[in-house]
Design a protein around this ligand. Structure first.
Ligand code: BGC
Ligand code: ZN
Length: 366
């Protein structure tokens, strides 16, 4: 069967290749699920993998099948599988357990081991192919009536986790009733986080570079009920003066400089959640004394969040269901750039490099 892969370590090595169709019984104890891949989303991580800034091939292979955002339909299940059946729509988690205690309790998203295993990213082949097999533990059932936005399940899981982590960590304050949230970046993570925070009834500013006029990302943020603010003519300090300092910031610009700039803005007792995966080597000068003083005196929290486990997928899908009911037709607008078939793989990277593009995904089967 066909697959789209890279040679990790070699920039711009994206290519189409033939791989073997996986077998249901490659997963022991009747726990296998064979899934037909319908759609695979791509994101900045795939771009970094193609640039050889990030990602590794499975041990013994010189290629890595890419694709970590999958939506598919179950073809066949092993005898011990009860929560999905052939014909069901499903998403699938990205990380696979290593050996730490967190990995062993279903929390590989917070593994304490340096080496992590992620399908389509690090040490495991991904989903940009025709079929995959995995353990039932990682297969998440998805509602048929919202199949049109199923390819957003993985990014939604990442957002659901990032926001959940902030709320859990803020229990340190005994009472935390955040009023204002800022979402930095208006890509898929920024917009889905905007939606989830609006569903939690926060006052949300979605902040990104591009001007607000003729900007679909701005329109989507506003359709979710947020204010879209461009940083073209306004600094973050100006925005904070006008709109008030945020109690919660979700940083998803992909730019580490902005992550540190946000430290100047956060309100007292606030939480700043970093989600950008930055494989580069940018350096930034910061006002360390000022920031340090304000963070100590303000009891502020800095939190990193990556990936999402089975439960975060369920939370992300539940948020999409509520979002679809609350803001009809809006989530679909994220799905801007379908590519029909893996044969057109060479269109992926140019589209990913275009900052006006919101979501690129490959239609693999129907
Ligand atoms: C993926 C996550 C993954 C992270 C780090 C992101 O693009 O969506 O699932 O954990 O990259 O590799
Ligand atoms: Zn991703």
């Amino acid at each position: 069967m066909k697959a789209v892969a890279v040679h990790p370590g070699t920039p711009n090595s994206l290519h189409l290749r033939e791989i073997e169709k996986p077998k249901l019984d490659s997963i022991p104890n009747g726990r296998g699920v064979l899934v037909k891949v319908l759609q695979v989303g791509v994101d900045a991580t795939d771009q970094e993998i193609n640039e050889a800034l990030y990602g590794n091939a499975p041990v013994g292979d010189d290629f890595l099948v890419i694709g970590h955002e999958v939506f598919g339909r179950v073809e066949e299940v092993g005898s011990a599988v009860t929560h999905v059946k052939p014909g069901d729509f499903v998403a699938c988690t990205v990380r696979r357990p290593g050996g730490s205690i967190y990995d062993r309790i279903g929390r590989s998203d917070i593994t304490s081991e340096e080496v992590y295993f992620e399908r389509g990213i690090n040490l495991l082949h991904g989903y940009m192919t025709e079929y995959f097999v995995d353990d039932a533990e990682f297969i998440v059932k998805y509602p048929e009536s919202m199949a049109g936005i199923g390819v957003l399940s993985e990014p939604a899981s990442v957002c659901a986790k990032a926001i959940e982590q902030a709320y859990i960590a803020q229990q340190r304050l005994q009472v935390w009733e955040p009023k204002r949230a800022w979402v930095m970046g208006a890509g898929q993570i920024g917009l889905l986080a905007t939606m989830i925070l609006k569903l939690k009834n926060l006052d949300v500013c979605t902040i990104a570079r591009s001007a607000a006029t003729d900007n679909m990302k701005a329109e989507i943020a506003e359709q979710f009920g947020a204010s879209y603010i461009s940083t073209q003519n306004q600094s973050l300090q100006d925005i904070a003066k006008e709109h008030g300092r945020p109690d919660l910031i979700i940083e998803a610009t992909g730019n580490s400089r902005i992550a540190f700039e946000c430290m100047n803005i956060l309100n007292l007792n606030g939480a700043l959640v970093l989600t950008s995966v930055t494989g580069g080597s940018r350096r930034t000068e910061i006002e360390s004394d000022k920031i340090n003083l304000e963070w100590v005196l303000g009891n502020k929290l800095l939190l990193g969040s990556v990936n999402g486990n089975f439960r975060h997928f369920q939370d992300g899908i539940a948020a999409m269901a509520l979002g679809a009911a609350m803001y009809p037709g809006v989530i679909e607008r994220l799905l801007t750039h379908p590519i029909d078939g893996m044969d057109k793989y060479d269109q992926l990277i140019p589209l990913l490099s275009d900052s006006s593009v919101l979501k690129v995904f490959v239609n693999i089967a129907t």
